[in-house]
Design a protein around this ligand. Structure first.
Ligand code: ARG
Length: 631
């Protein structure tokens, strides 16, 4: 791989007798744009005598046309008018193989890269970086956690559906966003643990168990576990509501009568208590539920190319850790008894506007909050993570603030600073079929798959080559995953996600389908192509004077900066929007003629397409997509 010296040698080799000053913040080993920026900064220092850092910082990506802009007032030159500096710089700018003549733009100086040099520099650079093109060397990008300067261990907790309940839009959004976060961390060199925190404990499990004795069937559970558990849950929940309504109307008729708890309600509490006490019979039923869920979900996630390293769950939290948490809270005078329940008192400890939160209910069972706090301690012991990310809807903002603040109260401020809640907004367009009893992940996947089945039927010419080489189911699965995931990945986390299968399978707008389509087009153009590095030196690069080609090079060089920004903000749309720009531009350069032959004439062009493929591949993979390839 290219070292710093290697890059200097490459420049020399290209007859660029230019040395590159290395700025501390610059990252020319991972970001080729920095070569230009450093070189330009050096010229600015030489011509104006400004400070080095000011020179570097004055250079931005232009909003309009051009490749780089020097914002002259940022050079902080005393007693000279920016416009005069611009005119002077334009006049004195030394001839350079890297840049075309600069353009006067008011108080800015605008620069264009010379396209042929750009090609000669960038193509070997990307080929050398290969699968890591886009990866930053310095990983100190996370502003919230500045102490982390090298990639380490990260837990990404996502999806986390509840046993026996619906799989809703929040779970879907968490699944897709979580897969992206895990993938980009992995790409950046982190050791990633993908964790699913099942809602497999709590009072709803007591209710599910109460339902099982009335409506459960082992046969139906075997056949379709998630559907059957949901059916049981819905039925017992209806029963509970019915009993509660009756009790209410009875008590309003006769005010003297104390409201009696319905039988299902007492039974559910009793069953959950037995579970928390470790009753073997109750646990046996619970184990059956859980195992059925894990097996089913594993298969469903595989359809999205997602694999969890650990199926954790609320049940995993041990009683002794919970007691430990409660003792520390008491010690710190933050744990209060209130109507028989135990609450964490935040307000008393200076957390303004944060109300006390229940940790233990009056019947003695633990709350979601208490289990989440204890889970952090257990995961710290088990994984000694450097960072843990929870990918959960913004609706749980308060919950996570409580978890983090409780840890601070307990004296674990440092541990709390390693935790991050990555939230997302609402969703629409996802609803169960009226007769189905509730939404499941399988419903969503089947529905999307149906749309892509239609697409393949209606467009027999598309993906023609892959249809011959791949099993239909494989092609279909991949298109379904890409289509569904890209719809989510192309919007900002905070905005509302609109699930729309018709749009997913549309070739005329920017979708997962179009990403795969263009990837396979470039890939098939390169079929059988092997380029020897040395031969590339003597290739003909004149084609890059054409705008259609040089515009794509201008996009390719921006990729590492795009990735860096996506990683910093954990916004997949930064990358996906970029990939759409790239694929949209491909129409102009991908002729239909066969060019697999490595003649001197098209060698550079083929190498260019290799770089396009590599960038697309890296970009797709780091958001969690699997580029479609013939086997
Ligand atoms: N099971 C929860 C739900 O469906 C999400 C769990 C999120 N993770 C956590 N550590 N609390 O709402």
């Amino acid at each position: 791989t290219l070292t710093l010296d290697g890059i200097q040698a490459l420049l020399k080799h290209l007859n660029l007798e230019e040395t590159i000053a290395s700025f501390a913040v610059a990252d020319i080993k991972s970001n080729p744009l920095d070569i230009y920026q450093c070189r330009l900064a050096e010229i600015l220092v030489r011509l104006t005598n400004c400070e080095e850092q000011a020179a570097y910082d004055s250079i931005l990506l232009p909003n309009e046309s051009g490749d780089l802009t020097v914002v002259v007032p940022r050079l902080r030159l005393q007693n000279i008018k920016p416009r005069e500096v611009v005119a002077d710089l334009k006049q004195k700018f030394p001839p350079s193989p890297l840049f075309a003549n600069p353009i006067d733009d008011g108080i800015n100086l605008r620069l264009w890269f010379s396209p042929v040099t750009l090609a000669r520099l960038l193509i070997p650079y990307i080929r050398d970086r290969g699968a890591s093109y886009g990866k930053s060397q310095s990983a100190d990008l996370s502003e919230a956690h500045e102490s982390i300067s090298v990639p380490q261990k990260v837990i990404v907790e996502f999806c986390s559906p509840n046993v026996g309940k619906e799989f809703d839009g929040n779970h879907l959004r968490s699944t897709v966003i979580g897969a992206y976060i895990a993938s980009i961390y992995q790409f950046m060199g982190w050791d990633v643990c993908r964790m699913n925190f099942l809602g497999d404990w709590g009072r709803h499990i007591g209710l599910l168990a109460a339902g099982w004795s009335r409506f459960g069937s082992e046969e139906l559970l075997k056949k379709n576990p998630l559907r059957h558990l949901l059916d049981v849950f819905v039925q017992v929940n209806d029963l509970l509501r019915h009993e509660q309504e009756e009790a209410k109307s009875r008590s309003s008729q006769d005010q003297e009568n104390v409201v009696e708890h319905s039988t299902t309600s007492t039974e559910k509490d009793e069953l959950f208590r037995r579970l928390e006490d470790g009753d073997p019979d109750a646990l046996a039923i619970w184990t059956m539920f859980r195992e059925a869920c894990v097996t089913s979900y594993t298969d469903l996630y595989a359809r999205l190319n997602i694999k969890f390293d650990h199926y954790s769950g609320e049940s995993e939290v041990e009683a002794k850790t919970i007691v430990e948490v409660e003792e520390i809270l008491k010690e710190k005078d933050a744990y209060m008894e209130s109507d028989g329940a135990w609450v964490i008192d935040f307000e008393k400890h200076g957390y303004k506007g944060q109300r006390a939160a229940i940790a233990r209910f009056s019947n003695g069972s633990t709350s979601y909050l208490l289990r989440d706090i204890a889970a952090v301690l257990e995961r710290r012991n088990r994984y000694s993570f450097d960072k843990m990310i929870y990918v959960v809807s913004a609706k749980q903002d308060t919950h996570f603030r409580q978890v983090f603040n409780a840890l601070e109260l307990m004296g674990h401020a440092q541990l709390a600073s390693k935790l991050q809640h990555v939230s997302f907004g609402k969703f629409q367009g996802l609803s169960p079929r009226p007769d189905s009893g509730g939404l499941l992940l399988s419903d969503i996947l089947d529905q999307c798959q149906g749309a892509f089945e239609e697409f393949l039927k209606d467009n027999p010419g598309d993906f023609a080559e892959l249809r011959e080489e791949l099993a239909t189911s494989k092609l279909l699965d991949n298109l379904t995953a890409s289509g569904l995931m890209t719809q989510e990945l192309s919007i900002k986390r905070g905005s509302t996600f609109t699930y729309d299968t018709a749009k997913m399978a549309d070739m005329n707008s920017d979708t997962g389908l179009t990403l795969q389509y263009w990837f396979t087009k470039v890939d098939s153009k390169l079929k059988g192509v092997r380029i020897v590095h040395e031969e590339l030196d003597n290739a003909d690069y004149s084609i890059f004077t054409e705008d259609a080609f040089s515009d794509i090079l201008r996009l390719l060089i921006q990729f590492p900066g795009i990735v860096k920004s996506s990683f910093k903000n954990l916004e997949s749309s930064t990358i996906v929007t970029y990939l759409f720009q790239l694929t949209d531009a491909l129409d102009g350069v991908l002729g239909d003629e066969e060019e697999a032959e490595c003649s001197n004439l098209n060698l550079a062009k083929l190498a260019f397409f290799e770089c396009v493929r590599q960038t697309l591949e890296n970009g797709m993979q780091m958001v969690g997509l699997v580029p479609l390839r013939a086997e």
